[in-house]
Every structure is written in C-alpha cells, then in structure tokens.
Design a binder for this molecule. Sequence first.
Ligand code: GLC
Ligand code: CA
Length: 556
Amino acid sequence: MNNEWWQKGTVYQIYPRSFYDTNGDGIGDIRGIIEKLDYLAKLGVDLLWLTPMYVSPQRDNGYDIADYFNIDPQYGTMADFDELLEKAHQRGLKIMMDMVVNHTSYQHHWFQEALKGEDNPYRDYYIWKDPAADGGPPNNWLSKFSGSAWELDAASGQYYLHLYEVGMPDLNWENPKLQEEIYNMMAWWGEKGIDGFRLDVINNISKNPDFPNDSLATAQDDGRKFYVDGPHVHEYLHQMNRHVFDKYGLVTVGEMSSTTPEQCIKYTNPEREELSMAFNFHHMKVDYPGGKKWASAKFQLTDLKRVMTEWQLKMAAGGGWNALFWTNHDQPRALARFANDTVYREQSAKLLAIILFGLQGTTFIYQGEEIAMTDANFTDISQYDDAESRNAYAHLLADGVTAADALQILREKSRENARIPMQWDDTPHHGFTSGEPWLAPIHEDNWTVDKALANPDSIFYTYQHLIALRREHAIFANGDFRLLDAESEVIYDYAREWQNEALVVVGNFSEKEMAWHVPAQYQNKDCAILASNYGRETLENQVTLQPYEALMLHLK
Ligand code: GLC
Ligand code: CA
C-alpha cells in the first residue's frame, strides 16, 4: 500500500525571485517566504520546493550555481535560510532544495581552476574535447538554449560541453572525485535539516562516452539520445541515495527530460533505492508540432489523455511514482494552454485542479496557480529577461519567421509567462514589491491572494479542499486508474478503483454544454460529490456539464 506522507501530500513550488520582496529591490527574497509561511500553511501543502537560491551570477536565474554552500545575497543570508527552515518546520511545512548537479556556473571555482589548463586537477571535473577535424565543435549536439552545445576555450584550444546555457558547463560524472564532492555537498545540506531535493535535469548526467554525432533529422535528434537516461545514471543515483537521501530521510524528485516510463520506474521503484518520484514532460509536449517547442499550436485533448494515461498505467504497473503537475517555472501557465483564461478563468482553474488531483502520484502546485494567475502576455521582446526565450526569438528571426509571429510564439511558449511576480493585493505591483519588480507584466489583473482568501468559493479553497481529500482517502494514492473515454476531444473522464470504492472524475474541456452520464457500473452506488466547480450538491445519472465544468465523485 502506498502510504508515505509524500504520497498523500502536496508540494508547493516557490520561485523565490517572484514570490515576495521585503526590501524593495524588486527581487523576491527569503524573508519574503518567511512572511508568507502562514499563507502556505493555510493552503495546507506539505512541502515547499524552493528553486535555487545559491550564490550565482544569475545567467539562468540561479540554475547556474557558483557556490553550493552559500545563499546569494540578493535572496538574503544563510541566517535567513536557517530561520526559514526553522519557522517552516514549526508550521509543519517541509523544505525541498533545488539541486543542480548536471552543471555548475562558469564562475564556480572548479571551472575557474579547470580553465587554467589541461594539467589542472579540476580540469577533469568538466567535459573537454578537442575540435573536430574541421576545427569546429567535437560533435553536432545542440544546446537547449539554442546553437551548439560546445564552446571553444581559446586558451587551450579545447571545447567544453554545455547542454544548457553557455555559462553552465556540464560536470563530468565519470570522475569519482567529482562524485564524492557532490555527495558530500548534498550531505552538508542533509545535516542542516532540509527535507528533500528536487534534482535538476538529473537524467542527463551520464553521457555516452563516445559522444557520437546525431542525425539532426528531427527536432529530437539533437544529441539527447546520447545523454538522456545515460549508461551510468542509475548507478550514480543509487550511490546518491546510499550516501545522502537514505541517510537523511530525504524525499526526492528527479526532473527527467525526454525520458520513458520504463526508465522512470527504475528511478522511482523503492526497491532500487534511487529517487522518490519523477517528473516527466511528455504531457507538456502535446502542443509541440513535430516535437518543435518554438512553434504555435493548440493541443488535442485526446493526445493529453493518451499521454497521461500511459504514465498512470505504466508507472503503477512497475511500482514507480509520478510527480503530477500542470505547470512550473519552465512552462507557460496551464490556463490558456489547456482551458480558458478569460471568461471561464475561475472554472478552468478549478477544472485543471480537480483533474490533476484525482490522479495517482504526488501533486504539485506552482505559485500563483492557487489564484488562477495567467500568462505574462508580453508584447515586446525587450520585456523578456529569460535567456532561453531571447535566444529562441533570435533563432526564429534568423529562420525567417516575422517578428510578430515570433512574439506570438513566445507569448504561447515562453517559460517567462509563469515567472511574473505573485499577485498579493491591490497595492502597486500587486504588493509584490515596494520598488520596481525585476520582471513586470504589462497587463492589469485584479486577481489577487487577498481576494481569493476573502471569497469562500475561490480557487484557493478548491486546492485547500483537494489537498485535504488526498490526505484523508487512501484511494487517491492507491486506486487503479482507468480512462473512461479515450476518443472525446472535449470530455476528460476517468475512474480510480480500490477495495470497494471508486473515484470518478470528469471535466468538460469546452465552452459548450455537454451531456455526460455516470458510468453504468457505478450508477447504483452511494455517490458523494467530493469536488465540483459549479457548486453541485446532488447528481442524477444523466448530467449536462456546463462550460469547463468538473466533478469528482466518490462511490461506495
Ligand atoms: C531545469 C530548470 C530550468 C533550467 C535548466 C538548466 O530544466 O528547471 O529552469 O534552465 O534545468 O539548469
Ligand atoms: Ca528583495
């Protein structure tokens, strides 16, 4: 039986930079998180995942770590962090650190040493190769941030690998000394009393030692098949588990890009002693035409259901554990993407919450989802701060896409959409800062935490209720999943079964009224409505679902 606290619990992701600023510099900070702990406790979440706040030149908002042992001054001090940890724990909230060990910042002292030449003891902490015969990069792998994944170091004439931003060199995990330094560093955080790690792009750490060229035939043939779920990754994670996770009782979630259910079962089946759970991103690619992210497209509900169902069924069959989410700091908001962020904004936010929270796995909420925040809706490239988005824009223009179309693509796809500051109240900048926010939306939006808290029917309380339900009823962690209608482009319905109980969840992903009926095998049972976004209190077997209506039924 799945009965761990984190299998019944919910994680709240904080993007500190955009959460709450207490000193008026326009950047959210640790003291801001401390001030909002009561708010988070009221929501009822179990665990706070904090995206990186370590010392960093911030070329990728902290995912480029220059010092793993210190807090970046723009977020506060280690004393602030210790206070956060203590005050969170007092409220029953656990803390999960974001840990990036696929790469460091180029400013990390290991890399600064490595740059001194091939004889330096730190040289081998990174991945260096001689140029190809034509003097160009050693192979044709592409960076996730556009262009080649290799950068020439003129002094030595060798290239270093950066699968991400050019200022983020990849670490060489084949080096046992590097492994040991990383495990010790993680243990240092374990000693401090943190409760878990979210492991950044962790399934990329083991590269194919031959570094072969890829075909570049499709958008996916960019080299990833040679480093995703690579040859030694399970070994490294098992070691990490033995040295750190198990020792400190940490809950862990791995960010797994371009992975498979088979691999994620290995990562998360407890018998293998690797991780607690895994994020996959296949459902985030249902609007990538031909696998291309930077293109405009609308998703099909049948694709979304197919992908989600595959992961529900396969992970359960293999004893793995999913991390469930609709968005995070790397994705646009889910509202416009999968439902509606205008006329049916409130209903859509609740619909997405109800659909996700009925599934098997650990549920994640990204800051602002609980008040139905929308995309940034930037209209000019100068408003974007994110390197990935800016690079993508430049490449779209170079490929002949018009500026207007490129901006439209960014408006749909840019991760910066989810990074605009939290909307706390009606004061200037929504109470996020008394200064100028580091990133500002141009649209006025009066949906705020204050208003959500004051309205007992708000989306905030839908989440609060769903979080409590998952803790209360064992069926959420244990029920067998069955998709009901695979064909409909409008209705998303599924059942979960466990012992003598069932959950039935249905959502209408359209603006039209839709006829729906309780599946025949459940019609004669006792039916309780666990969640409804239209305030339904009773139910006939035949229902006319309203626009974006969702229901969660409990049958016995
Ligand atoms: C992960 C992070 C993302 C970052 C990348 C490189 O995908 O979530 O924000 O840019 O890794 O560290
Ligand atoms: Ca600040």
